[in-house]
Design a protein around this ligand. Structure first.
Ligand code: MN
Length: 343
């Protein structure tokens, strides 16, 4: 059995809102990851079974390794189709905000969603959500938004309406947000849920392979190149840093999603507690953080790189050059020596 973590009144309100409307929009965060797309498609397939008119809108594109998912082809990309996205949001009677805690996480979609007349329901697992929705279900202890989607559908009494496509989507999000169940994954109920998803006919081994064995040869070469050339180890801080410049991305014909997981590479080093990946983007420097144990990546990201996230996985950004971002990182890391040594 699974415990009733999510508040009953929020579940009942959600059920009522769904039953009162036809046109529903699902939005998720910029640079959508497996959980963003998984939770969105999980909700999408469920709502289709409820005979709703449902559309998913993302602020920008998502990685190719998620394209196999059923329904992924009909996701509206605001960057590519702003007019269609705007019309769809204007016509919506209910909007689900999935896997983000603050409108700033949806980029240029933020004003559209804020000003939309539709009722809004937030389903998320990041800390400190902003209260901009009519219903807020925020549970940072749940390891993925996709898991929350499963729980919410069941709590509304609709387990029977979970079809195979919905189950595959939920599983994909649960898997990717836990690094294939290698972190944030000690809650026994996760495995109860997986067994229920398996009963819906999913092939979990095939899903793993579609997500994690879908890279190009260029990506593997790039990975080898930067781990050899650009990995710095700060032994006294149990910290590793990987960097990637724009020129290197060009040289290895990098595609969207190719750097997914790079931050995890140094985590396989025995002494490394904290791993940081810094990537030069078009207009900003992006940082990803991973940690083992108690070291709070999210606090580090918030304190120095305008970011946030979870204790063991967070992100941030920096305005300036790649070299300046590295310099800032190196200047602040000594403050954390005690904390890092304890882990
Ligand atoms: Mn998530």
């Amino acid at each position: 059995m699974i415990t009733k973590i999510i508040a009953e009144d929020a579940i009942q309100k959600t059920k009522k809102y769904i039953s009162n409307v036809d046109k529903i929009v699902i939005v998720t965060h910029t640079s959508p990851d497996g959980d963003a797309i998984g939770s969105s498609l999980g909700m999408y397939h469920f709502l289709e079974e409820m005979d709703k008119q449902v559309n998913i809108i993302v602020p920008n594109s998502f990685p190719d390794f998620l394209l196999w998912m059923k329904g992924a082809g009909s996701i509206i990309n605001y960057e590519k189709s702003p007019d269609i996205a705007t019309e769809t949001i204007d016509a919506a009677e209910l909007i689900f905000c999935l896997d983000f805690n603050h409108p700033k996480r949806i980029g240029n979609l933020a004003p559209l969603i804020r000003n939309a007349e539709a009722k809004k329901i937030l389903i998320d697992h990041h800390l400190d959500p902003e209260q901009f929705c009519d219903v807020t279900m925020s549970y940072p202890l749940i390891s993925s938004t996709s898991e929350m989607i499963f729980r919410i559908i069941c709590r509304m009494g609709f387990f029977e309406l979970i079809n195979k496509a919905c189950a595959e989507s939920v599983y994909t999000g649960m898997m990717t947000d836990t690094g294939a169940f290698t972190f944030n994954s000690n809650n026994e109920e996760i495995y109860y849920i997986i067994s229920e998803l398996l009963k819906k006919g999913i092939d979990k081994d095939a899903i793993y392979s579609k997500v994690y064995h879908a890279y190009s040869a260029d990506r593997i070469r790039l990975m080898g190149f930067i781990t050899y050339k650009n990995m710095r180890i700060y032994k006294q801080y149990k910290t590793a840093l990987l960097t990637l410049s724009k020129a290197e991305q060009f040289r290895f014909r990098m595609r969207k999603g190719d750097t997914e997981g790079f931050v995890n590479i140094p985590m396989s080093i025995g002494d490394v507690v904290f791993s940081v990946f810094i990537r030069e983007d078009d207009d900003v420097i992006r940082l990803s953080f991973r940690s083992k144990g108690q070291f709070p990546c999210n606090e580090f990201a918030a304190a120095h790189f305008g970011g946030g996230g979870h204790r063991n996985a967070a992100g941030g950004e920096f305005h300036g050059s790649l070299a300046d971002a590295i310099a800032l990182f190196e200047s602040v890391i000594p403050q954390y020596q005690n904390l890092l040594e304890k882990n």
